[in-house]
Design a protein. Structure first.
Length: 105
């Protein structure tokens, strides 16, 4: 009886999933910037969303800092046309709040 109840509960969760599909017309919009860094690795730069991604083997992607990419990869700088000035402002260094050890007088 427990396996039957478990499968019914699982099926009820699957039935609640709803997905919509949309499409976009990219004609006349700014193209993506692609900088190949070697076999199966590269950067994808999208000026529409002002985002930069590191893509590996066309299957995995991770967002990277556009400011650092513009600074360190000259080939990518021509695709990053928006202001990235304050994107990666360094955080102030944390000062340790240590108290001196008690004296043993």
């Amino acid at each position: 009886m427990k396996p039957l109840l478990a499968s019914l509960a699982l099926l009820s969760l699957v039935g609640c999933v709803h997905a919509d599909s949309v499409s976009a017309n990219l004609a006349g919009q700014t193209p993506y910037g692609v900088v190949n860094m070697g076999l199966n690795i590269g950067y994808l730069i999208d000026s529409r969303t002002e985002s930069c991604l590191l893509v590996y083997a066309n299957t995995a992607a991770a967002q990277v800092s556009c400011a650092k990419l513009k600074k360190n990869v000259p080939e990518a700088a021509r695709y990053i046309t928006w202001d990235v000035g304050g994107e990666d402002a360094p955080a102030p260094a944390a000062s340790p709040q240590s108290t001196p050890p008690p004296s043993s007088y």
